[in-house]
Ligand binder design. Structure first.
Ligand code: UDP
Length: 317
């Protein structure tokens, strides 16, 4: 696919990542339709885009077919709850989005001869036994645990995507997204960065799950969006990890946030959720080599932007 102006459909377009993608592709001169059922996304995330004549917001659940009139050049399939508390709460919806939803969007891509990009996840590696995780690692997923509604839905989405590529020659891409953060994550999102920043700013205890020795690697949202854009315009059909390989324990992350907010919050230990991965760090060799991509925004810079956003959000509460 060339970079000439395109008609792009972003499912989950009113979510955290979806809204940043819509904004990015509008800035680059494309026409963008965001589809969202608003169970975890919010129209507020794209309110600032509604005045743009090249933007459209459609309320629709992708687990039922969607057949717009007119051409579609690319579909970015980002519709799914993504925070562990959200996907566990909306387990059936998460399974539907990753099975029926992905199938409906792949059918649409096939009928419109559009390019299809699947938002997959580092959760396909489960609680990994390989460190860091390269795309060649097949993962260690509990298929019946509480996280399986998300993990297996995304793994099935990957299988469907590859099948449409193999059997129907759809131009498909798969991005495996590692922990990403930034403005427009909801205050109630439940993931570690929104929780710790809100708790620090409100002077509430920081909720450490387990002993806080588990690790994650955090990518700032604009870096991720730049990588997704490169992937969309590439000829790569194999999955690609996108994430920031700088790895921290959860406890180290808490210390950075406390220091940056100047907060005096104490710590409270909570039970570690079942199957919570003990380590996670992307091997981004493939993205570096094939896309010439690597993250540029350091943790302090990204957290600074995110803390400012949360300060504004919390002052309106
Ligand atoms: N976590 C935590 N306190 C919180 C929220 C999360 O200690 O208030 C931990 C969680 O157990 C996990 C890590 O932070 O080990 C990242 O969790 P998150 O929900 O952000 O996403 P995950 O990487 O597990 O999908």
């Amino acid at each position: 696919m060339t970079e000439a102006p395109k008609k792009i459909l972003v499912t989950g377009g009113a979510g955290f990542l979806g809204s940043h993608l819509c904004e990015n592709f509008l800035q680059k001169g494309h026409e963008v339709t965001a589809i969202d059922n608003f169970i975890t996304g919010s129209p507020d995330n794209v309110a600032h885009l509604l005045s743009n004549s090249r933007f459209r917001l459609v309320k629709h659940d992708i687990s039922t077919p969607y057949q717009p009139t007119g051409s579609v050049d690319a579909i970015l399939n980002f519709a799914s709850p993504a925070s562990p508390p959200d996907y566990i709460r909306y387990g059936m919806e998460t399974l539907d989005a990753g099975s029926l939803g992905t199938r409906n969007m792949l059918e649409l891509a096939r009928s419109k001869k559009a390019c299809f990009l699947m938002a997959s996840t580092s959760e396909v590696y489960g609680d990994p036994l390989a460190q860091p995780q390269a795309e060649t690692y097949w993962g260690n997923v509990n298929s019946i645990g509480p996280r399986s509604v998300y993990d297996e839905a995304k793994r099935f989405s990957e299988a469907l995507t590859m099948a449409y590529h193999r059997y129907h020659r759809v131009d498909t891409k798969i991005v495996r997204i590692f922990n990403t953060y930034g403005p427009r994550m909801g205050v109630e999102d439940g993931r570690v960065i929104p929780n710790f920043i809100s708790q620090a700013l409100l002077g509430k205890p920081i909720t450490l799950y387990g002993d806080g020795s588990q690790t994650r690697s955090y990518c700032y949202v604009t870096d991720l969006v730049a990588g997704i854009e490169k992937l969309l315009f590439s000829e790569l059909h194999e999955p690609v990890n996108l994430g920031n390989p700088i790895e921290l324990t959860v406890k180290q992350l808490a210390a950075v946030i406390l220091q940056m907010t100047g907060s005096k919050s104490s710590f409270v230990q909570k039970e570690l959720p079942p199957d919570d991965p003990k380590v996670r760090c992307p091997d981004i060799t493939r993205a570096r080599r094939e896309l010439g991509w690597e993250p540029r925004i350091g943790l302090e810079e990204g957290l600074g932007q995110t803390i400012s956003y949360f300060q504004t959000q919390l002052s309106h509460k």
